[in-house]
Design a binder for this molecule. Structure first.
Ligand code: SF4
Length: 320
């Protein structure tokens, strides 16, 4: 089966006066129809830049240097800006961590949710707002007729995120990108928003790219996961397989930090060291300064990506 989205060897660099940051440095993955794929890793690992590159929302000093982003047979990196605008919001929509950055403070929430329907489907204002009210109800905001006339500042953080989700699903996109959609919310609201996203994903048959630093979110939401470290995917596979049988020392560290099962609490392990500077990353395997299994070759040569029957890992320990 053809994937809905195929990212092939994507490289996005930032040209700063201090040097070049290779934020995304040869990333490849597929997302199938009706699938939730997560990219997980620490802040600065390149997962959000990957998401923004898919929608070509990278501005200077950043630049997509090479690679392909195939979506339904078209390379998005080769489309002109007018065609790309038709994709954004309609075919691929993105939910950000802070909804205030996506909602306009001087327009009512109802108008903003209806706006994509006017822009992409030529709906008139009355019909778009009436559909917006239905969407507000669908994302479980109470009193939708009244709330449609509210401005974003009159909503709580959780309601703003629900409103943004309503806006993003209004055009029934084939792919929804959710970039840390619950990080700015308190814990009980986080769970509600994740439940809502999963409900909508089932109803609308939308594929999803989830960007998160939280392996707990990955376990709950995803079918497959890619673990990112300093611009590369170091491990990728079915979520259950990666959880039960993590191969890369970094993934092992991330999972060991999760108090998911009582027995894991006893062996809480922290990944030693801090994320190295992305301007001057370590030679060889970028994880070697933090890796307790590092060998001589790890300090010299970057590991190749090895496919062990759909479970992919980039680590010299698995080289044949
Ligand atoms: Fe550790 Fe070497 Fe594997 Fe890198 S390649 S994760 S340093 S063992």
């Amino acid at each position: 089966m053809e994937p809905l989205l195929s990212v092939e060897n994507l490289r996005t660099y930032f040209y700063l006066s201090r040097g070049v940051v290779k934020a995304v440095d040869g990333v490849s993955f597929n997302i199938m129809r009706d699938e939730v794929f997560s990219l997980v890793g620490e802040t600065g690992c390149g997962k959000s830049v990957t998401a923004l590159s898919i929608l070509r929302l990278i501005g200077p000093p950043g630049k997509i240097v090479s690679g392909k982003v195939m979506f339904e047979g078209r390379n998005l990196l080769e489309l002109n800006e007018a065609d790309m605008r038709k994709i954004r919001g309609k075919e691929i929509a993105m939910i950000f961590q802070n909804p205030m950055t996506s909602l306009n403070p001087i327009l009512t929430v109802g108008f903003q949710i209806g706006e994509p329907l006017m822009a992409h489907f030529g709906e008139d204002k009355k019909s778009a707002i009436s559909k917006a009210i239905k969407l507000i109800r669908r994302v479980k905001i109470p009193d939708p007729d009244i709330r449609a006339r509210y401005y974003p500042h009159q909503f709580s953080g959780g309601m703003r995120q629900r409103a943004l989700i309503a806006m993003m699903i209004s055009c029934r996109p084939k792919l929804l990108i959710a970039d840390e959609p619950t990080t700015a919310l308190d814990v009980t609201i986080q769970a509600q928003i994740l439940d809502l996203l999963m409900e909508l994903k089932k109803d609308y048959k939308t594929s999803m790219l989830m960007i998160t630093h939280d392996f707990g979110v990955v376990a709950e939401m995803s079918d497959r996961v890619g673990v990112m470290y300093l611009g590369n995917i170091v491990e990728m596979g079915e979520v259950e397989e990666v959880f039960e049988n993590p191969l890369h020392p970094y993934t092992k560290g991330l999972i060991a930090c999760l108090p998911l099962k009582p027995e894991r609490k006893k062996k809480l392990e922290h990944i030693p060291g801090v994320l190295p500077s992305p301007i001057n990353p370590p030679r060889g395997c970028k994880f070697h300064p933090r890796c307790k299994y590092a060998m001589d070759i790890c300090r010299e040569k970057p590991p190749e990506t090895i496919d062990l029957g759909g479970h992919i890992v980039a680590c010299h320990m698995y080289s044949r």
